[in-house]
Design a protein around this ligand. Structure first.
Ligand code: NAG
Ligand code: NAG
Ligand code: NAG
Ligand code: NAG
Ligand code: NAG
Ligand code: NAG
Ligand code: NAG
Ligand code: NAG
Ligand code: NAG
Ligand code: NAG
Ligand code: NAG
Ligand code: NAG
Length: 375
């Protein structure tokens, strides 16, 4: 049940959030075999080509974009413990993002959040808002991430804490529906379910709605651990998911953002399997919903320990994609390229990053290109 319903859930959740980007400057669709063109070089997480912040920053798929350098470089992992006594470090409107990951820890991609006197982050789901999702500004390319969370407890409502790469390597903690003694772990490789055993359930937890638990993703180059309150509940080695005949490792290997969300899976637009997985259709007359005016999940803190703790070069600021090192595995390199687009320069920098732009187009964006292009 779990393995077959879960990919639908992921695709469906992406589709739900895709509505954000429709009606903006989206032009064409894109995937690894059908890349974006020069004028809209960046492939958004939802498979649409465009340019500007909604397309070329976090989630931009380098492999499906015009070229490997069309997306902005990905801000490096930084050791930190993020708390929410103030929301100063959450960017509430992603259209205003300039790539400066030092200014914000998270971006609110959809929905709304509330604060509490105890300094918690409350993610809000209403019938109208389609759910709430936040993505970290920085990427993790191996490291240990712990989120202290109180989940929802309602059929059809999914609480999630995941890592997601720009080519859809994904590692999950998820809490579907009203099963508040359980947590589900899962992983994906480039958007695919690598094994029937990918999705698993850990039980016997004290009520996940009433109690904070520390949920950890310990993602290292050769091994992945899911941990609850300091106890390892599941281990996945890279070797165990490596096809020794083809040498392809179906293991998450690309830099990933941390995503926190509360989303509606039990709604009529979702596939049947997703609705069942999530515990049925959402009851919008649930007493909790009626009294609070929304469904909710709490995040107390998120702590990140990067591996390596600091980048190899003193001036490294970003991860960039290179050509495949092995079949189906792009190289990930450190880079000193800035992740920031300075005010007003977006169009030009987007063009620069799309390094295979026709010469004529480079000429048309003028002096800024000539003054800053280094490659
Ligand atoms: C990629 O996009 C092209 C053009 O839309 C489409 O024909 C093709 O089926 C897509 N490939 C995959 C793997 O989705
Ligand atoms: C986000 O910012 C953009 C650009 O400043 C603005 O046009 C848009 O209305 C803002 N969105 C919201 C929801 O405030
Ligand atoms: C990035 O944000 C930090 C923290 O707010 C700030 O000190 C720095 O000047 C910003 N850098 C740029 C280039 O905007
Ligand atoms: C929550 O945020 C509001 C508006 O930003 C602020 O006025 C209020 O003091 C905050 N409440 C708490 C409990 O921090
Ligand atoms: C979850 O909801 C279903 C359907 O309403 C119900 O049958 C089940 O008893 C509930 N489980 C728990 C643990 O509350
Ligand atoms: C809960 O613990 C019992 C006893 O150790 C075990 O048999 C059962 O499989 C556990 N349930 C889950 C869902 O992990
Ligand atoms: C591939 O070989 C390694 C080392 O011998 C082994 O540990 C691993 O289980 C093998 N992978 C698969 C999928 O059989
Ligand atoms: C983050 O820091 C706060 C305040 O020091 C602490 O209470 C909390 O346990 C830390 N969270 C994690 C997940 O380490
Ligand atoms: C780092 O940047 C500084 C200032 O631009 C430069 O002097 C230094 O050579 C750079 N170091 C490396 C290893 O590139
Ligand atoms: C490189 O890897 C990507 C997936 O990451 C795959 O789509 C592509 O076919 C690979 N290219 C080659 C030449 O193997
Ligand atoms: C990029 O990464 C690949 C694989 O990790 C490595 O072989 C290559 O040397 C790196 N290139 C640069 C320029 O660092
Ligand atoms: C940035 O990296 C490039 C290529 O590795 C190098 O040539 C250049 O000196 C670096 N610049 C700084 C300021 O470190």
């Amino acid at each position: 049940m779990l393995p077959s319903s879960r990919p639908l859930a992921t695709l469906a959740s992406l589709a739900a959030f895709a509505s954000l980007f429709l009606g903006s400057s989206a032009q064409d669709t894109c995937n690894a075999t059908s890349h974006c063109g020069t004028e809209s070089p960046c492939c958004s997480p939802y498979g649409y080509c465009g340019s500007g912040p909604d397309f070329c920053f976090g989630g931009c798929d380098p492999v499906a974009s015009y070229s490997l350098t069309s997306c902005m470089p990905e801000p490096l992992c930084e050791n930190t413990n993020i708390t929410f006594s103030s929301f100063d470090r959450i960017l509430m409107n992603q259209t205003n993002y300039n790539g400066n990951a030092s200014a914000y820890d998270f971006i609110l991609n959809q929905g709304s959040v509330q604060n509490t006197t105890a300094g918690e982050l409350v993610m809000i789901l209403t019938e109208e808002n389609g759910g709430t999702r936040l993505s970290s500004t920085r990427y993790v390319h191996y490291g240990q991430i712990t989120a202290r969370i109180k989940t929802g407890r309602w059929g059809g409502v999914v609480t999630a804490f995941i890592t997601m790469s720009d080519i859809k390597d994904e590692i999950d903690w998820e809490w579907p529906g009203n099963q508040t003694s359980q947590a589900q772990s899962n992983y994906f490789w480039q958007g695919f379910i690598p094994a029937q055993t990918a999705g698993q359930t850990t039980g016997n937890l004290t009520d996940t709605y009433s109690n904070y638990h520390d949920y950890t993703i310990n993602w290292q180059p050769d091994q992945l651990e899911w941990i609850i309150d300091g106890n390892v509940v599941r281990t996945l080695t890279k070797a165990s998911v490596t096809n020794n005949a083809t040498s392809i490792s179906y293991y998450p290997e690309t830099p990933s953002r941390i995503e926190l969300s509360l989303w509606p899976a039990g709604i009529s637009s979702e596939p049947t399997g997703t609705v069942e997985w999530a515990g049925g259709m959402i009851n919008w007359n649930d007493p909790d919903y009626v009294s609070a005016g929304h469904f909710y999940a709490y995040v107390d803190s998120v702590s990140i320990t990067c591996n390596p703790p600091t980048p190899p070069g003193p001036n490294d600021t970003s991860y960039v994609y290179g050509s495949n090192t092995t079949t189906f595995e792009p190289a990930i390199n450190y880079s000193n390229e800035s992740t920031i687009v300075t005010s007003g320069a977006w169009g030009s920098l987007s063009a620069i990053r799309a390094d295979s732009f026709k010469w004529g187009m480079l000429v048309s964006v003028g002096a800024v290109v000539l003054g800053t292009t280094l490659f």
